[in-house]
Ligand binder design. Structure first.
Ligand SMILES: O=P(O)(O)OC[C@H]1O[C@H](OP(=O)(O)OP(=O)(O)O)[C@H](O)[C@@H]1O
Ligand SMILES: O=C(O)c1cc(=O)[nH]c(=O)[nH]1
Length: 183
């Protein structure tokens, strides 16, 4: 395994480790022939650390809290929290069905500028949903980070709702999927 930390080197390592050449059913019913598997990235501690390090410059200088989205955003937000020293929040897709019944876990929001963290952005609907949740809970949200941006309108949708998207890399940066791992 190479240990290059240049963006191009990092993208090549991500493609080798986490881009999978296999059918993948999407939540909206669509299907991909190749997909980015965040969990292969998160399972590789060196790669996860290097991705988090590369994302540090994307974190706005006025950020006070980082909020990761279940499930793909959770390992990322833990790694990015460790890399930046900013406290982490964990966003459940749905409120816990027992006990605390919390949907927002971890650090307190309390009016602090909160930056969303997720693995992949496609339509932007998941990030928008969570931005609304945080805003209702009293956390100002103006920025969202992701590892991979697919150009499916997410950036534009988020901008309409005053959320800037910052992606580590875009679909166009990925090498030919012929080199992707197989499932
Ligand atoms: O921009 P969008 O169209 O909203 O799509 C992106 C969302 O879809 C993926 O989640 P997935 O459904 O794979 O769930 P997971 O994170 O639990 O694996 C990804 O982690 C984002 O949350
Ligand atoms: O676009 C992808 O690669 C992708 C989408 C998604 O919903 N989940 C995932 O792991 N990858």
């Amino acid at each position: 395994m190479t240990t290059s930390t240049s963006l191009a080197g990092l993208v090549a390592r991500l493609a080798e480790t986490a881009c999978v050449r296999a059918p993948f059913k999407l939540q909206d019913g669509g299907q991909l022939d190749n997909y980015f598997d965040e969990y292969r990235l998160a399972a590789d501690p060196t790669l996860l650390r290097d991705v988090a390090t590369a994302m540090v410059p994307l974190v706005p200088s006025d950020a006070q809290v980082l909020a990761g989205i279940e499930l793909g955003g959770i390992p990322l937000v833990v790694a990015l929290s460790a890399a930046t020293g900013l406290p982490a929040v964990f966003l459940r897709r749905r409120p816990k069905g027992y006990g605390s019944q919390h949907q927002i876990e971890g650090a307190a929001i309390d009016g602090r500028r909160t930056v969303l963290v997720d693995d992949v952005t496609r339509s932007g609907s998941q990030l928008l949903h969570m931005a609304r949740l945080l805003r209702i809970a009293g956390g100002p949200v103006a920025d969202a980070l992701c590892v991979l941006e697919r150009p499916l309108g997410g950036r534009e949708l988020l901008a309409e709702h005053r959320v800037r998207l910052h992606a580590l890399f875009a679909e166009a940066d990925l090498p030919d999927p012929g080199g992707a791992a197989t499932a």
